[in-house]
Ligand binder design. Structure first.
Ligand code: CA
Length: 723
């Protein structure tokens, strides 16, 4: 149905070429020819190098004041939206909550087709950071997406019809999920998975683009050494990795190293670069008692897509024990280094160092902190190996670590402008306190980090730690402040050129740079802002009423440039309702928002109704020991979703009605709210466990209720960081 008008248009436009393209006509030649995405935006990062840069300049420093609303599309979901859309020949392809896919007319927003995968609710127990998806891949008439449960789908780009599906998960009883965009590399489409907070051994799998037949699988953590049984296409690389682990490592927990986001294919060198996540369990002395660098955790790997074999690797955080995922998106570019152009890979992972690597060899060109760091002194100039600071070992007591386990920069895409030579990073300053918890053995399919983490705003937040530790950590007081910035970083001079603060440390949306001299960034406060790429001066500010965390992108149709962004808060720490966020006032219904010059005013969602008065909770009568046991169970199994604050994304369990109290066991144990995404827990929790959790919540509800009656601030919820 789409094919004929598109074809006719393409025919008119390209008579000289004599070509007539079908939908989603993306291939190697076209990606190379339209390398800077002038009209199209062909990968999640725009081009082969995923620079998140648009060569369009109709919207520029002068005209951006006229930017206004062109069209919008409601996804009718209320979880985070993190994908950067792809636009090919006037059609937008993008993904939403849990791997839904939308194909839209990019000029009008008209829905062409949608795809909704069936996802088992049980996978929600295995997600640290919301039910998000970071995008699709589009290639030769097909759209590829990985759903939250790890099933990879190939869809017909014209109709959304299912062409093939592949279950990419090796063991569904473990805490695997999938949130990243698939990557097309040579003749295969590659997908990884998340689960580095659970009990998973990370890996990526490649599938034939046309048939979905598995081509190869590369494990990013070695697993228990067992000759001939590594499971990896590259058994030699697996053996090499195993030599950097204690033979008596906690193999049962899996090791982590998950590839949950950054992958980018390099057509010049025929290499697939893969960015790996944190180690698990977090504390290295528990994970690998005799130490070691624990390859390939927190690394960048270069893999030959035709064979699934490793060509080089560079580890950014040796022996990671700070949740320093290196999973952030990578940018490929050519930079003048040492008086000659070098093909480089640029990366700003959670560990706070900005890396420039030679992408042919993996040689380190530079590693400089782009935020405050104290876990490492830098890279050894002779070997390139990072030098962790002995003081960052928390096996002897709580340590304040910079950056915090939230990281200096995570998945939100950074952008590189070849015009300014600058990288625009959504950067997060600030530390976190981390200390080892009790070893409770492996908890199948559940969180297995084995440490506690605090994100202190002040010394007051350290209460509960031993007094000597509080005194020692208090001496670091000035480092406790946290704040996010849009930071313009010069990768050659290795310094910040300009920066602007965001509304808070949790606000670090993805970035778009353009040839119009602009840098665009959305905010959780609901504003889309455009800055001068050379100075950081704010040139345009549009209040959309929708919280934004995803990266904007740009495309053109018929000589009109558009800027588009997906809007809804979520992701890591997704459940915390900051009153500064637009979602707190307007709710969090997902939207795709598109702008052009001389567009109209942006329609805001209707404000939420005022909060209902808190219902009086039932009396708290359970013994203190039961309440304490319930609190511990809640912290282990419930607190990663339920923060118990008004207007958080998951139910505020201090505000249950009498009917909801009566149904508590039915919901927790029997799956009474499975259709709404609340999984059942009867395989983990006994009825006595559920009753203890309920007793704790009733006690907490009474404290909150009493505080509200007395206008005292309610008790602070425990901080929890994952991502
Ligand atoms: Ca992590």
């Amino acid at each position: 149905m789409r094919r004929f008008p598109l074809c006719a248009l393409a025919l008119l436009a390209t008579l000289a070429l004599g070509a007539c393209r079908g939908p989603a006509a993306v291939d190697r030649a076209r990606l190379l020819a339209e390398a800077k995405g002038h009209e199209q935006w062909l990968t999640t990062g725009g081009d082969y190098g995923k620079t998140h840069y648009s060569g369009l300049a109709q919207i520029d420093r002068g005209s951006v004041a006229r930017l206004g609303y062109a069209w919008g599309f409601d996804t009718n979901t209320d979880r985070g939206l993190e994908a950067t859309p792809i636009v090919v020949d006037g059609v937008m392809y993008t993904s939403g909550v849990a791997g839904r896919v939308y194909a839209l007319d990019a000029g009008s927003g008209r829905l062409i087709w949608r795809f909704e995968p069936h996802v088992d609710a049980r996978v929600h127990r295995a997600t640290c950071c919301d039910q998000v998806n970071r995008g699709v891949a589009v290639w030769q008439g097909k759209v590829y997406v990985a759903a939250l449960d790890g099933v990879l789908y190939a869809l017909d780009a014209a109709s959304g019809r299912l062409l093939w599906r592949a279950d990419t998960i090796i063991d569904h009883t473990r805490g695997y999920s999938s949130t990243g965009a698939p990557e097309v590399a040579g003749d295969v489409v590659v997908i990884g998975n998340a689960g580095g907070e659970f009990d998973t051994r990370g890996y990526i799998t490649a599938y034939d683009l046309k048939t979905g037949r598995q081509a190869w699988r590369f494990f990013t953590a070695p697993g228990k050494p067992s000759p001939g049984k590594s499971g990896s296409t590259d058994a030699a690389a697996d053996m090499a990795a195993a030599r950097t682990w204690d033979p008596h490592s906690r193999w049962d927990v899996g090791g982590g190293g998950n590839v949950w986001d950054g992958m980018v294919y390099d057509p010049d060198l025929d290499l697939l670069y893969v960015a790996t996540g944190n180690g698990e369990v977090y504390a290295r002395r528990r994970r690998s008692p005799s130490g070691g660098d624990n390859l390939y955790l927190a690394s960048v790997l270069a893999i030959r897509p035709g064979t699934g074999r490793l060509v080089w690797s560079y580890q950014e955080t040796p022996g990671d024990e700070w949740d320093y995922d290196s999973a952030a998106p990578m940018v490929l570019a050519t930079l003048g280094e040492g008086g000659r152009p070098r093909r480089v890979l640029m990366h700003a992972p959670k560990n706070g160092f900005f890396y420039v690597l030679d992408r042919a060899t993996g040689a380190l060109i530079s590693a400089k902190p782009y935020v405050r760091t104290n876990w490492a002194s830098g890279a050894d100039p002779a070997t390139g190996r990072m030098q962790p600071n002995p003081d960052a070992d928390y096996s002897t007591g709580p340590k304040l670590i910079l950056p915090s386990p939230v990281g200096g920069h995570v998945w939100n895409p950074m952008a590189f402008s070849p015009d300014t030579g600058l990288v625009y990073i959504p950067a997060i300053e600030g530390g976190g306190v981390i200390y080892a918890g009790a070893d409770q053995g492996r908890r199948p399919g559940l969180v297995n980090v084995g440490v506690h983490m605090l994100l202190p705003s002040s010394v007051r937040d350290l209460t509960g730690l031993p007094a000597a530790d509080v005194r020692r950590l208090s001496a670091d007081g000035p480092d406790l402040g946290r704040q996010a910035f849009l930071r313009a970083w010069d990768p050659r001079a290795r310094r910040t050129v300009w920066q602007v603060p965001t509304v808070g440390w949790w606000d670090h949306g993805g970035v778009l740079a353009t040839r119009g001299g602009l840098v665009f960034q959305g905010s959780t406060d609901g504003h889309l802002r455009a800055y001068d790429d050379a100075t950081g001066r704010l040139l345009k500010d549009i209040d959309t009423g929708s919280s934004i965390i995803a990266a904007p992108m740009s495309y053109a149709i018929g000589g009109v440039q558009y800027v588009a962004v997906m809007a809804a808060a979520g992701g890591g720490l997704w459940y915390v309702p900051h009153p500064e966020n637009a979602a707190y006032t307007y709710g969090n219904l997902g939207r795709i928002l598109v702008f052009r010059l001389d567009g109209g005013p942006t329609p805001k969602p209707p404000p939420l109704p005022p909060l209902e008065p808190m219902p009086a909770p039932p009396p708290s009568t359970a013994p203190a020991a039961t309440v304490a046991r319930g609190q511990a169970l809640f912290a282990a199994d419930c607190a990663s979703c339920h923060v118990n604050l008004p207007r958080s994304a998951s139910a505020d369990l201090t505000r249950l009605s009498p009917a909801e109290h009566a149904a508590f066991d039915t919901v927790v144990l029997d799956g009474g709210l499975e259709p709404l995404g609340m999984p059942r827990w009867d395989d983990v929790l006994s009825r006595a466990d559920a009753d203890a959790i309920h007793a704790y919540l009733i006690k907490l509800s009474n404290e909150v209720y009493a505080a509200r009656q007395g206008h005292r601030p309610p008790p602070r919820p425990a901080a929890n960081a994952a991502g």
